[in-house]
Design a protein. Structure first.
Length: 166
């Protein structure tokens, strides 16, 4: 995903691209402010129950109609585990307990908008299964009966699960 900056957030003047601090960056010629693009951080939930994996079908782009782990972006002031509980509830109607961090993925080119994805194992503690937010369906899948999968983290962990390495 490309990042865009046209105007200086400090003074409002147009930005130009210049070599600064080891990379080509947007810089303001008026006040010398340098724009740094922060990574987009997402969290995802790996939820297994009765040897089935919980996935949601994406309602919109990118990759509408494909299935992925319940996931979403963290707010700037949100703890990753709180973000995970919030996203799972929004997309599935389920409440979860966060167990452990399974893996951190660097995903700048997998078709999504996140640069970093933290995947946590979680277990269900309550709620009612119901698709919501940016998911139009939610379902359980066995490792040999999976739908088309979106995004590197889901694809990579499913591959490990199918190989019985997760």
């Amino acid at each position: 995903m490309s990042r865009i900056a046209r105007y200086c957030p400090a003074c409002g003047q147009a930005l130009v691209w210049q070599q600064r601090l080891g990379a080509l960056r947007p810089v303001c010629n008026a006040c010398d402010h340098v724009v740094f693009f922060d990574p987009k951080v997402a969290i995802a939930a790996w939820i297994l129950q009765d040897n089935r994996l919980l996935l949601v079908r994406r309602r919109g782009d990118p990759l509408a109609g494909y299935w992925a782990m319940p996931a979403g972006f963290m707010e700037y002031d949100e703890h990753p585990e709180a973000a995970l509980r919030r996203e799972v509830l929004e997309e599935t109607g389920l409440q979860v307990r966060v167990q452990e961090l399974l893996q951190l993925f660097h995903t700048p080119a997998d078709g999504g908008l996140a640069n970093l994805v933290l995947v946590y194992e979680a277990t269900i503690t309550g709620g009612n299964l119901l698709a919501g937010d940016d998911a139009d369906a939610v379902a359980w899948f066995r490792r040999n009966q999976l739908p088309p999968l979106a995004f590197l983290p889901t694809q990579a962990l499913v591959k490990r699960w199918q190989a019985e390495a997760l």
